[in-house]
Design a protein around this ligand. Sequence first.
Ligand code: SF4
Length: 350
Amino acid sequence: MTSRPSQRKRVLSGMRSTGKLHLGNFVGALDNWVRMQDEYDCFFFVADWHALTTDYADTSRIKENSLEVLLDWLAAGLDPERCTMFIQSHVPQHAELHLLFSMITPLGWLERVPTYKEQRDNIAEKDLSTYGFLGYPVLQAADILIYKGDFVPVGEDQVPHVELTREIARRFNMFYTRKGMYVFPEPQPLLTPAAKLPGTDGRKMSKSYGNTILLTDPESVVRQKLKTMVTDPARVRRTDPGNPDVCPVGDLHKIFSDRPTILKVDEGCRSAGIGCIECKSAMADNLIKWIEPIRERRIEHEKNPARVLEILNEGSTKARDEAQKTMARVREAVFGWDSKRKEIFGAAGE
Ligand code: SF4
């Protein structure tokens, strides 16, 4: 087994290089990552190869988008002293393992991944009938297993992906076990409670819907976005009572406001005691207070691009070292080459 600097369990997770992050990214994942840094040995990567599975035709912004994600991670509180951050394509061993996994993964396993059909139907403007798009869960399996991750933090909808990773690990171990030693442990999903975070149009907050509030949005932009946010359609006039449980602004209050404000909104909305303008303005105040420290930290990091690149470099080096150890084992298991032979692999296994 790979030796670890600590006895902490290892956590693996990544985010696509989609550029500046929004509140949905924070609530759905990043906030949880920040909390996990002290409890687990965390590896977080910007998934630029995954971005290619849908955005292969135009890579002109992919590098900048990767750096934007990294800056937002640092601004949100990920700390290079407490976790490992890197860019997926800077660790080419992921691709090698992906290739080997693609040899043993039956097509049927991939075709029945729920997000495969769903995304192909939803992203109609792009041709997703590609080998890379079908195979992205195999790449995901390589991303996780190359670090022998114990846990993968996921929402309920991502559990089938972790299950597929476990199946691939099992199949690999079944074919390529030498001297009774399994190469891969089976990772477990670490369920993240999914907070309902609507975008400004009431649908799930997502870049592809153009309904996001970014972690980098300045005060005036946050206020403007809140002003145009949809509300409970029952409140046509100021005197109409509403229901904060069916209003996207009400949902935001439940996540970002304190208890007295939530109670005030609940009572005021149902009795028409407050208007939507007042309610949205209170939401904007809270959100700005909440975003401001993140924005300030981000500005500090932007002033020091050399340090950001250094963080990336240190993270990628550490990730490559770990990945190389696993690949030495993998090559030995599949092909029989001695993993300790430096002259064959450039770097020794363990
Ligand atoms: S008062 Fe607030 S919660 Fe109620 S409908 Fe208006 S914006 Fe939504």
